[in-house]
Design a protein around this ligand. Sequence first.
Ligand SMILES: O=C(O)CCC(=O)C(=O)O
Ligand SMILES: [Fe+2]
Length: 322
Amino acid sequence: MRHASSCCLLPLKGITVTKNHMSTIFLAFLALNLVSQQSVCGFLAHTSQLLSPCPRHQRQGQSTPLSLPEGRTAIHHRPRHSKWALRVSELHIPGYRETKKNFLPDDIHYNGDMQPLAITHADYSSLLPFRGGHLIHKTNGALFTEEECRGMVEEAESVASRMGWTTTRHGNYPTTDIPIVELPNTLNLLRATLQSRLYPLLRHQFATYLPDPTKLRVADGFIVKYDAEGGQSELRPHRDGSVLSFNIALNDATEYEGGGTWFHSLGESVRIEKGEVVSHASGILHGGHGITSGRRYIMVCFVILEGYDTWSMRFYNDVRDL
Ligand SMILES: O=C(O)CCC(=O)C(=O)O
Ligand SMILES: [Fe+2]
């Protein structure tokens, strides 16, 4: 995996905020479908037999001590589920609507300065086989440099010191976050690296499934802060209201204990190093594993497939029991 050179950090020209009606229909479908009583009850009857209670997920911010097995990057952990586990994380509150459409670059194409990464299978590990492809992946190395990660955390903390961290943007499963539209440098970096690094990675990882990989669009992006000393230390199991989701670790894994992205289908959390990326089908049950000390910063992005809402609904339904 080759890092894009610094010339890739130029802001892209011609990014417009467009209203995508089809994706609105898709998101509305998710909201209606996933919170309906029938699907909640039917699914609960199924999952309650599979899952054992775990005190860690009883209340936000309460964690029990966690010991990591020697040399492991993942933690065995099964959370307790409630009916809320079936709801998508984005309740369509006004604050969410305002920020979620800012990454639909209908008219963006690669330009000469932004060579897309040449991704190969050796660049990532695939963790959950499903119908000829995989639904969860993690990169085997950093896609973002130390400096880039540090810059994103510093910008988020600096903006947060003026306006505070938001805690209500994602209604059902709120994260303590700052939307990337509030972070000019991070926004420029994301716009450029979506084209040169992240979309090429996702295209490669999810090639088996995507009917048109060129239509991937980030519909929401934000920087999340978990803090074991106060504030939010975990994110309960949920599904995201998009097609694909990814998160990028922005600080060293040595700066916190626990953490990682927990997946029901794996029965454990995937922990990554700074600059690495975990990507997954949005519809599978996952959460932010609690940290027991320190702070964990990640960038999270929700990705849709523009113009493929029927396919997106089918894909979501196909994977949602995983
Ligand atoms: O903390 C994580 O790794 C997962 C975050 C997440 O799932 C989300 O913000 O939707
Ligand atoms: Fe999520």
